[in-house]
Design a protein around this ligand. Structure first.
Ligand SMILES: Nc1ncnc2c1ncn2[C@@H]1O[C@H](COP(=O)(O)OP(=O)(O)OP(=O)(O)O)[C@@H](O)[C@H]1O
Ligand SMILES: [Mg+2]
Length: 274
């Protein structure tokens, strides 16, 4: 399996000299003039966005809006037509050891048998090294990460035998094992039940409370105000970004969804006054 097929991609460290970008130093993640195109039409067009340190942020927009593409382009997983991305003020490539990424679940296919505990241990590979021996302390760390997502009893199960929601918890445990400063999660709540959703958001809020930064692609407009501090509204272009209390407005949502959201739906949301 290629590295990019793994559920939490750990980026290769880069030996080059970091270049500081002073203006972006207090952002955990910033993209500038990011344009990505898979064909004729751009999937992401000229997006400037930044995510402050110690914040819990959502990227929101309709299907095909370029949300996953923006994260992947920021991480260098898909090529950028133009633009650049920094993490903690330096190019993302140089900050790879501070970033954990959990891709959209549909993109992960576990064909070969792997135990849950081994999936979580993959998050420790920087500590372990390529051929490093797994020691008791590594197993303890992996087990405690599983416990944080309520999956400690599943350590010896095959990952392919878990339900989708259980797998999602394991992938989060693996990201926790990475002990990152910036967590990028692509739809962590997709297809999970209410109990799993609660478990996941509690973990994400705890990470934020430890001054780490969490950025989630998110689809459920009804929970944006409860879950997130900041939101980036995206539809190929950036529609708005900032604190949920300021930018999560009916007007911005209509712009993001091109008027396709029913008024009745909008009326049920906890929106900013705008
Ligand atoms: N590997 C690819 N090759 C060609 N086109 C792609 C590829 N990945 C994405 N696209 C296209 O780029 C656009 C943006 O896709 P992307 O997956 O970033 O959207 P998204 O906002 O994450 O959507 P969703 O909410 O459905 O996950 C879509 O039109 C999609 O069809
Ligand atoms: Mg997506």
């Amino acid at each position: 399996m290629a590295q990019t097929d793994l559920p939490n991609i750990v980026l290769a460290a880069n030996d080059g000299q970091p270049v500081r970008d002073a203006g972006l130093a207090d952002s955990a993640l910033a993209v500038r003039e990011m344009t990505v195109s898979y064909g004729q039409k751009p999937a992401v067009f000229s997006v400037d966005a930044s995510f402050g340190e110690g914040r819990l942020a959502a990227i929101v927009g309709p299907n095909g809006a370029g949300k996953s593409t923006l994260l992947k382009a920021a991480l260098g997983i898909v090529p950028r037509l133009s633009g650049h991305a920094t993490a903690f003020g330096i190019p993302v490539e140089h900050a790879a050891d501070r970033i954990a990424y959990v891709p959209q679940r549909a993109s992960v296919d576990w064909e070969f048998p792997t135990r849950v505990i081994d999936v979580v241990l993959m998050g420790l590979y920087r500590q372990l090294g390529l051929l490093g021996r797994v020691r008791t302390k590594h197993l303890d760390t992996a087990r405690s990460c599983l416990a944080r997502v309520g999956m400690e009893d599943f350590a010896d199960r095959q990952i392919g035998q878990l339900s989708g929601g259980q797998q999602q918890r394991v992938f989060l445990a693996r990201a926790l094992a990475q002990d990152a400063d910036l967590y990028l999660l692509d739809e962590p709540f997709a297809g999970v039940d209410a109990a799993t959703e609660k478990a996941i958001i509690d973990v994400l809020k705890a990470l934020r409370d430890e001054q780490r930064t969490v950025v989630c692609v998110h689809h459920d407009l009804t929970t944006v105000a409860d879950y997130f501090d900041d939101v980036l509204l995206l539809n190929v272009r950036k529609i708005a970004e900032g604190p949920v209390a300021q930018v999560f407005t009916a007007d911005n949502l209509q712009k993001t969804y091109g008027g396709r959201l029913a008024t009745v739906h909008i009326d049920q949301l906890r929106l900013a006054a705008g």
